[in-house]
Design a protein around this ligand. Structure first.
Ligand SMILES: Cc1cc2nc3c(=O)[nH]c(=O)nc-3n(C[C@H](O)[C@H](O)[C@H](O)COP(=O)(O)OP(=O)(O)OC[C@H]3O[C@@H](n4cnc5c(N)ncnc54)[C@H](O)[C@@H]3O)c2cc1C
Length: 207
């Protein structure tokens, strides 16, 4: 029986494990993919206090090392369900595992919605990004396409316009769905071109 079972070993799950370990709790972390979660896709992380610059993988390795040093155990499997047993919970995994814990922390993160195009996943971190605040600096002086026309896309486009040579906003509908205030702000940017009624069909490139 573990004090705490943590599902997901992204930065959130690993940080939870760190604090649980420091509180002398027995901890099991269950991860279905790569330890470090989404941050392992990032070639360069520059907003983590204490690190001038670090790759996502290096950061994840350090976190895992720190968590293991605190006594956490790890299990590579996908969690399929959690059973409430009254005094504790039983976590069931795809490889037939069953783990008992007094408490369960779900830190399964978020998934980006992909376009479903060829090469899309190969280019994540190599030209495709999901976060202008995180990755915008890598595209300084370059031409960027922001796919989408809602608030998130417009916010990212506005931010990117301050550092990019040119920003295209590509929207499948015939109009932008973001708030008027944001559309107005976008329209003041001379290096932004909005393309509506257009669906992205392919991503070209070799690396
Ligand atoms: C290309 C890229 C660059 C980025 N750059 C930066 C940056 O520079 N700075 C920054 O601050 N942020 C950056 N981010 C964002 C950052 O990676 C996320 O905010 C962070 O990873 C979220 O952490 P999390 O632990 O909540 O979730 P995640 O990282 O998504 O981790 C969740 C984990 O749970 C696992 N999981 C899910 N379901 C199950 C299940 N059923 N069973 C077992 N395991 C499961 C997943 O495999 C995953 O490993 C970047 C993201 C990407 C994609």
């Amino acid at each position: 029986m573990y004090d705490i079972i943590i599902i997901g070993a992204g930065p959130a799950g690993l940080t939870a494990a760190l604090y649980a370990g420091r509180a002398n709790k027995s901890v099991l972390i269950i991860e279905k993919g790569s330890f470090g979660g989404q941050i392992t896709y990032s070639p360069k992380v520059e907003n983590i206090p204490g690190f001038l610059s670090v790759t996502g993988n290096e950061f994840a390795d350090k976190l895992v090392e720190q968590v293991l040093a605190q006594g956490a155990e790890i299990e590579c499997a996908e969690v399929l369900s959690i059973r409430e047993m009254g005094t504790h919970k039983t976590v069931l995994t795809d490889d037939g595992g069953a783990f008992d814990g007094r408490a369960v922390i779900v830190a399964t993160g978020a998934k980006h919605r992909l376009l479903g195009l060829d090469k899309e996943t190969d280019f994540i971190g190599e030209g495709i990004s999901f976060c202008a605040v995180c990755d915008g600096a890598f595209y300084e002086g370059k031409t960027i396409a922001v796919i989408g026309g809602g608030n998130s896309a417009l916010q990212e486009a506005i931010l990117l316009s301050d550092l990019a040579k040119k920003v295209y906003v590509v929207q499948n509908l015939d109009f932008l769905t973001g708030e008027k205030k944001m559309v107005d702000q976008l329209n003041t940017k001379s290096n932004v071109e909005v393309i509506t009624g257009t669906t992205v069909k392919a991503l070209l490139g070799d690396k």
